[in-house]
Structure formats: structure tokens, C-alpha cells
Design a protein around this ligand. Structure first.
Ligand SMILES: C[S@@+](CC[C@H](N)C(=O)[O-])C[C@H]1O[C@@H](n2cnc3c(N)ncnc32)[C@H](O)[C@@H]1O
Length: 208
């Protein structure tokens, strides 16, 4: 990992993920997780305080970046997770987990970044138990052409400062392309956030 990624990008991404509108999005999906939970690209561990401890048996926190994992371990320690959390240093495209081993996969603000998102969602299907679900909250391609035009223009520069984050990925279409159906999905522009990064969707996705 370069010094740029370790010291600049990881802190920029951690700050962007801690804004009030983003925290509100976490509140909408993370407390619904239950059973054995897998969090993809857990980043700095900003979701950890939103899980309902009475519903979560075990949390696999998967994250490829050493710098992010360091922050996430610190967050889990401060919250007293103990051995209910297991950190996996890996990319979501090849997860060190058994087939049908997870009840809930939590995906927040990470499909925008994973280089091979199809590979990652294929892996999610593999590790989900029958009846399992994905809970997601993502930002992505805006439905308004005036915003989408700027997203396409700015994305190449944005990616270098935002750890590979894309602005123009269509979350719903990505799930559908990988054999998921959306349940209770909603969309909106986040308040107090530039529209190019503020069009969000959230809800559940289940394999069909
Ligand atoms: C914008 S951050 C979001 C972190 C966290 N999910 C959250 O909601 O705060 C994106 C995260 O995706 C991680 N990431 C990048 N490539 C990945 C991959 N191939 N598989 C899983 N996570 C990845 C990054 O290291 C980073 O921590």
C-alpha cells in the first residue's frame, strides 16, 4: 500500500463516511442485521455501533485495507465486541468463508469502490444461507441527467482522492444483474451533501 493510500486516502474516506447524513443511512439498515453477519469492506468500523447486539450472533468484518482494518479494530475494541467479531483481511471478490454460512450481508458505501463488483456479489450469493439477505445503503448514479452528467465528468478525478470510489454505479441494476431482487428499496438525495455524491439507495436484496 502506498503512503498516499495509507495516510491520505484512508483518512479522507473515514471522514466522508462519518457525516451526519451518512450516519442516518446506517441507522436505517444496520440494526436489521441478524444471526451470523458478514460486513463487506467494513472500513473504519463506523457501522459497529449500529448493530443490535441481541440479534447478532457473530460478525465477520471483511476489509482488504490494512489502514482501515487498524481503525476498525480500534472501533470494535472501544465498543467491547470481544470475540463476537472476526476480522478478515481480504477483498470481497474471494471471501475466506464457507458456502451458505451467513444469514445477513451488510453492504454500506462499498459497492461504489470494489473493483470487481460482480465477483463480490457472486461471492455474497455463495456465502448467504438459504433465506439469507443483504442489507445495503449505497450512493450511486443519479436519475437526473443534469447530475449524472457531472458525475461522469468528475468521476476520474474523484476516484484518485476517494480510494477508487465511483460516482456512476447503479446499485439496483448491479444487484439485479447478479441475481438479486430488491425488497423495500428507497432512494433520495442526502441533505447537506453535493448531489454528485449524494444520491443514495437503501433496503434489502435477496437472491432469486
Ligand atoms: C467508502 S469506504 C466504506 C466503508 C464502510 N463500508 C462504511 O460504510 O463506512 C469503502 C471501503 O471499501 C473497501 N474496499 C476496497 N476494495 C474492496 C474489496 N475489493 N473488497 C472489499 N472491500 C473493499 C475500502 O478499503 C474501504 O474501506
Amino acid at each position: 500500500m502506498s503512503l498516499w493510500d495509507r495516510y491520505v486516502v484512508s483518512n479522507l474516506v473515514a471522514c466522508a463516511c462519518a457525516t451526519k447524513p451518512i450516519r442516518k443511512q446506517r441507522e436505517k439498515v444496520v440494526p436489521l442485521a441478524e444471526g451470523k453477519v458478514l460486513e463487506l469492506g467494513c472500513g473504519a468500523g463506523d457501522n459497529f455501533s449500529y448493530y443490535d447486539a441481541s440479534k447478532v450472533d457473530h460478525l465477520f468484518a471483511l476489509e482488504p485495507s490494512e489502514a482501515m482494518l487498524h481503525k476498525a479494530r480500534h472501533a470494535a475494541g472501544a465498543l467491547g465486541y470481544g470475540n463476537r467479531i472476526e476480522f478478515l483481511q481480504a477483498g470481497a471478490e474471494a471471501m475466506p468463508l464457507e458456502d451458505k454460512s451467513v444469514d445477513t450481508a451488510v453492504i454500506t458505501f462499498v459497492l461504489c469502490t470494489i473493483p470487481d463488483w460482480k465477483g463480490a456479489l457472486t461471492e455474497v450469493r455463495r456465502v448467504l444461507k438459504p433465506g439469507g439477505k443483504v442489507l445495503f445503503s449505497e450512493h450511486g448514479l443519479a436519475p437526473d441527467e443534469g447530475v449524472a452528467k457531472w458525475q461522469r465528468r468528475i468521476e476520474p478525478v474523484w476516484k484518485t482522492f476517494a480510494g477508487g470510489c465511483h460516482l456512476t454505479r447503479d446499485t439496483g441494476a448491479m444487484f439485479r444483474e447478479c441475481g438479486f431482487e430488491l425488497r423495500d428499496a428507497e432512494t433520495m438525495y442526502l441533505p447537506s451533501t453535493p448531489k454528485i455524491a449524494g444520491f443514495v439507495s437503501w433496503g434489502a436484496a435477496v437472491p432469486v
